[in-house]
Design a protein. Structure first.
Length: 109
C-alpha cells in the first residue's frame, strides 16, 4: 500500500509539472524599462518590463511583466531601450506567483 501511494504521488507531481508548462507566445509591447545585470554565475542578462493588459471580474487593468533575455540573445537585447517596441517569441513562466517571459527569439519590428 505504501509503495502504491508513493507511485501515485510521483505520477501526480509529474502531471502538475507538465500542466504548468505553457505554450510559447509572441509578445509585442512597448518597453517601459530596461535593466542589464549579472547573474550568480557571472553571466549577463537583460530584463525588460512591459505592460500587459489583464481582465478580472470584468475589469481591465495594466500590470508590469518581466521579459528576460539570456545567453545568445543578450547582445541583441542590449540594443533596445526604454520606449522601443519589443517583439519576441517567448516562453511563459511563473516565478514566485508572478508571470514572466523568457525570450526565445527576438523578431524584427
Amino acid at each position: 500500500m505504501r509503495k502504491f501511494l508513493i507511485v501515485l504521488s510521483i505520477i501526480c507531481m509529474l502531471f502538475i509539472v507538465s500542466v504548468a508548462h505553457a505554450a510559447d507566445v509572441v509578445i509585442t509591447a512597448k518597453i517601459q524599462s530596461v535593466t542589464t545585470a549579472i547573474d550568480t554565475n557571472g553571466n549577463q542578462y537583460v530584463r525588460f518590463i512591459v505592460d500587459e493588459t489583464r481582465k478580472m471580474q470584468g475589469v481591465e487593468y495594466e500590470v508590469g511583466v518581466a521579459v528576460m533575455a539570456f545567453r545568445g540573445i543578450v547582445k541583441e537585447a542590449k540594443a533596445l531601450k526604454d520606449g522601443d517596441i519589443l517583439k519576441a517569441i517567448c516562453s511563459e513562466k511563473e516565478y514566485q506567483g508572478r508571470k514572466s517571459y523568457t525570450i526565445l527569439k527576438l523578431l524584427p519590428k
